[in-house]
Design a protein around this ligand. Structure first.
Ligand SMILES: *Cc1c(COP(=O)(O)O)cnc(C)c1O
Length: 517
């Protein structure tokens, strides 16, 4: 299936060896390079990993709902199942294997201490419907984390329940909508800069707003003149990412916020890049009304494999009254209670409702609080400083071989942005990214932000050593030179991965989701 060994290496036994012809002896594995069939191909319906007792004679309560035919799921013994998933996991790249330079995503090392804390039974085994007096410790964790998030951002309140950044964006826009409706001022438009993450316009549209783009200036920042010129009685607010997705700090955010407020609108800040400024800048001081914090990016929760996230939204004094239920409140006796619908008429009459059934992602809350407490305020300040230092090191060590469109504008924040300018005819960012796989690295973010041609966005994070960065820089320099010279071998990379270059369009348009014998 793959061509790891073009020289024609043969397995020790193959299926054409006489008597064993009926048995598949060829595993497909080559040394530690594992070829993994589907569970359906390994298992069989007549095998089972568990011995069940003879089914007792029970009254048939299922009636017409009883299954008529076999389900035909593959049966495997426990070791077969464990080996299947372990082999698959070894074909995966992970933050625990090496540098994960994805930009705009903050893929950083997650301290094992935080994992240990999150697994403590008092946090891991609680149920959201338990009586509140039995989960006081968990509620105090939520309340204390809420307090830290408010302090670190200089805001007034926080909605802890949103389950990811995008969910937080929706929460923030629903707060803005509720605040506008409360003053009888329905507005229709949300302004979004060109460089925004795709979730921003998607969220605004989902919340019922019309999205209008704001252009960027030559130096990669929001065009303040164009933005202020567009403000008016139909504009509900703006969504701005700071630092933005070009890795640049939006220096004019305060000016923008003042103008938006003067025009009766609200400022939503996409806080996905908070890792670059935590402990140094408080978005509340810049006039932000709502901002989500991706706990899984800034405050230590493994992510990237579709795992759980958490996107608390900090709110200004103007928006806090409209935030969702439930939220935690410390009582005079020191206990913490969840303020729910039944309390709302007296305590929180203007809230827009709920974001989800329960009170958020407990596992992420414990990790985030453990991370914050183990670093302390000074440690968090160092995190953002080191993240920015590392990104600038990468920027300066690569800018002679890769075009850095905003490199001349000064230092970047936590991520370095390059373009494919100067590559040989027919060579693109995709070729360099695929080459990076052969060099043993996960590719960086490619073709985002859209404002830069063939964008490559590299976020090394604060957790990489100088030696690790130098190794990455060495690989990038060599690949950049090959792309500039037009090395044909780069065009067909990766050569050493379990699979070669896939037809990504076909995979996205016509995915095969059902196994057929
Ligand atoms: C990651 C990210 C989001 C979305 O966050 P999720 O937690 O993935 O929903 C939004 N904006 C930016 C800039 C991001 O990097």
């Amino acid at each position: 299936m793959n061509d790891l060994n073009p020289a024609g290496w043969r397995p020790a036994m193959s299926a054409d060896q006489g008597d064993s012809a009926a048995v598949t002896t060829f595993t497909g594995n080559r040394a530690l390079h594992l070829e993994e069939p589907l569970l359906f191909e390994i298992g069989a319906a007549d095998r089972c990993g568990v011995d069940f007792d003879e089914a007792p004679d029970l009254p048939d309560t299922l009636g017409a709902f009883r299954r008529k035919a076999r389900l035909d799921l593959p049966g495997l013994s426990e070791p077969e199942a464990v080996r299947h998933y372990t082999r698959l996991s070894r074909q995966n790249y992970a933050i625990d294997l090496g540098l994960f330079p994805l930009g705009s995503c903050t893929m950083k090392h997650n301290p094992r201490l935080d994992e240990k804390v999150a697994r403590m039974p008092g946090f891991a085994d609680v149920h959201p419907l338990q009586p509140q007096q039995t989960v006081q410790g968990a509620l105090k964790v939520i309340n204390e984390l809420a307090h830290w998030l408010i302090k670190l951002t200089g805001m007034h309140g926080v909605a802890m329940t949103p389950k990811a950044g995008a969910h937080g964006e929706l929460c923030g826009l629903l707060c803005i909508r509720a605040a506008l409706e409360a003053r009888g001022d329905a507005r229709e438009v949300i302004l979004v800069p060109e460089s925004a993450h795709g979730t921003n316009p998607a969220t605004a549209a989902f919340a019922g707003y019309r999205v209008e783009n704001i252009p960027a200036t030559e130096d990669g920042r929001v065009d303040v003149a164009a933005l202020t010129a567009r403000l008016g009685p139909d504009v509900a607010g703006v969504m701005i990412t700071n630092p933005n997705t070009c890795g640049l700090f939006e220096r004019e955010l305060k000016t923008i916020a003042d103008a938006v407020h003067a025009a009766g609108g609200y400022v939503y800040c996409d806080g996905a890049n908070f890792n670059a400024i935590v402990g140094r800048v408080r978005p509340g001081d810049l006039g932000v009304d709502a901002m989500h914090i991706n706990l899984h990016k800034t405050f230590s929760t493994p992510h990237g494999g579709g795992g759980p996230g958490s996107g608390p939204v900090v709110l200004s004094e103007a928006l806090a009254p409209y935030g969702p239920l439930p939220f935690t409140a410390r009582q005079p006796d020191g206990s913490v209670r969840l303020v729910e619908e039944e309390d709302a008429p007296g305590i929180h009459p203007e809230g827009f409702g709920r974001m989800c059934a329960f009170h958020g992602q407990m596992g992420m809350f414990t990790r985030a609080l453990a991370y914050i407490l183990s670093h302390g305020a000074d440690g968090l300040r160092q995190v953002s400083g080191d993240a920015v230092l590392n990104a600038n090191y990468v920027l300066r060590r690569l800018e002679d071989v890769l075009e850095a469109p905003f490199g001349a504008a000064g230092p970047c924040m936590h991520e370095a942005l390059f373009s494919d300018d100067g590559f040989a005819e027919g060579f693109s960012t995709l070729d360099l990214a695929k080459g990076l796989i052969d060099e043993g690295f996960h590719p960086m973010t490619v073709y985002f932000p859209l404002v830069v041609h063939g964008a490559m966005l590299v976020e090394p994070t604060e957790t990489e050593s100088k030696a690790g960065l130098d190794q990455f820089i060495g690989a990038m320099r060599s690949l950049a030179e090959r792309a500039r010279e037009g090395d044909p071998l780069l065009k067909s990379a990766p050569h050493l991965a379990p699979r070669r270059r896939l037809d990504e369009t076909l995979a996205a348009r016509k995915p095969k989701l059902v196994w057929k014998d």
